[in-house]
Design a protein. Structure first.
Length: 324
C-alpha cells in the first residue's frame, strides 16, 4: 500500500446521490462514509513491497481494487469481481480527505506534463474509454451520445479520439450542449418534450443516416427508448447511465433489428491508456473543470454540483498548494 497526500478530488453525481438519498440501488449507506472517488495526490510513504512508486511521486488513483484474484481478475475484467473495494461505495470509504491509503498497484504515476486535476479527471474519462470500447467505436463510426453531463462529454471526447466521423449529442440543457460542441461534438439537439421516436428521427435527420452506435448516458427511460429507436439495424447501444431497476423498453424492436444492447460497469484497464493520451496531448479534458473549491468549502462544492451548475466541480485537498 501507499499513503498519499491528496490533491484534487472531483465530485461525481453518485457522491451527491449518496449524500442526498443514502443509497444507490443495493448499495445502502448504513454508517458514516467518506465520499470521493475521482482523485489524485502525492505519495508520502510506501509499503515495504512497493517498488514502482516512491515518496514525492504524483499519482492518479483508480478507485476500484479487487480484494481477491478470482476468475474475473484472471480474465482481465476485474471490475466485475464481486469482492471489489470501491472508493465511496458503501461500506467502503472514499478519498475526499487530506491523507489517504490505497493499494499501490492501483496508483499510477503521472508524467510531469499531466496535472493533478487531469489525474483526477481520469476516473470519469475512464468511463468514456470503457464505454466506447464496449460500443466498438472505430474509424468512421457515426455515434449518438444521449446526455451531455460529464459522462456524456467524456464519451464525445473519446469517440472522436477513437475515430468517430460524426458525433451527435442530445440534452435538455442548451448550456450543456454548448459544452459538448466545445469538446468536439459535430451536432447537438436540444430535446424538450419529443417522443422517443421523434428524438430518434431528429438524430437520423442531422446525421443523414441512423448511427451505428448509441451511448446512453442519462438512465432515463425515454432516453433508453430513443436509443433503441435511433440505432441502426445491426448496431450497438451501450447503456452507461443508470436509472430505476425496472425500465420499459421496446426490446422486440431491438431484437428484430439485431441491435446489440450492452451494459458497462465502471471500467477496467483504462488508467495507462488515459495517461498516455493525456501525456501525448492527444486529448484535452481541461475544459471539463468549471469550479474549484478548497476542502473547507466542500459543502458549497456539493451544493454547486447538486444545482447542476457548470460541469465538473473539483475540490482541492492540499492547503499548501497554490496552483489551480
Amino acid at each position: 500500500e501507499v499513503l498519499l497526500r491528496m490533491h484534487s478530488v472531483g465530485i461525481c453525481g453518485s457522491d451527491v446521490h449518496y449524500w442526498q438519498h443514502g443509497r444507490i440501488g443495493d448499495f445502502v449507506v448504513k454508517d458514516p462514509m467518506v465520499l470521493g472517488h475521482e482523485a489524485s495526490g502525492t505519495v508520502i510513504k510506501v509499503g515495504s513491497g512497493v517498488t514502482h512508486l516512491k515518496p514525492g511521486d504524483r499519482v492518479a488513483i483508480e478507485p476500484g481494487v479487487p480484494r481477491e484474484m478470482d476468475e474475473f481478475c484472471k480474465s482481465g475484467r476485474y471490475n466485475l469481481s464481486p469482492t471489489i473495494f470501491f472508493c465511496a461505495t458503501p461500506p467502503d470509504d472514499g478519498n475526499l480527505c487530506r491523507y489517504y491509503k490505497h493499494s499501490a498497484s492501483y496508483c499510477y504515476k503521472l508524467p510531469d506534463n499531466v496535472t493533478f486535476e487531469e489525474g483526477a479527471l481520469i476516473e470519469p474519462l475512464s468511463v468514456g474509454i470503457h464505454a466506447c470500447k464496449r460500443a466498438g467505436v472505430t474509424l468512421g463510426s457515426k455515434v449518438f451520445v444521449s446526455g451531455s453531463g460529464p459522462i456524456g462529454l467524456v464519451n464525445v471526447i473519446v469517440a472522436k479520439m477513437m475515430g468517430a466521423a460524426v458525433v451527435v449529442v442530445t440534452d435538455l440543457s442548451a448550456s450543456r450542449l454548448q459544452k459538448a460542441k466545445e469538446v468536439g461534438a459535430d451536432f447537438t439537439i436540444q430535446v424538450k418534450n419529443e417522443t422517443p421516436q421523434e428524438v430518434a428521427s431528429k438524430v437520423e435527420s442531422v446525421l443523414g443516416c441512423m448511427p451505428e452506435i448509441t451511448v446512453e448516458c442519462t438512465g432515463a427511460q425515454a432516453c433508453i427508448q430513443a436509443g433503441i429507436y435511433a440505432t441502426r439495424s445491426g448496431g450497438t447501444l451501450v447503456l452507461v447511465g443508470l436509472g430505476p431497476e425496472m425500465v420499459t423498453v421496446p426490446i422486440v424492436n431491438a431484437a428484430v433489428r439485431e441491435v446489440d444492447i450492452r451494459g458497462i460497469f465502471r471500467y477496467c484497464n483504462t488508467w495507462p491508456v488515459a495517461i498516455a493520451l493525456l501525456a501525448s496531448k492527444r486529448i484535452n479534458i481541461k475544459p471539463l473543470v468549471t469550479h474549484r473549491f478548497p476542502l473547507e468549502k466542500a459543502l458549497e462544492a456539493f451544493e454547486t454540483t447538486k444545482r447542476g451548475e457548470g460541469v465538473k466541480v473539483m475540490l482541492k485537498c492540499d492547503p499548501t498548494d497554490q496552483n489551480p
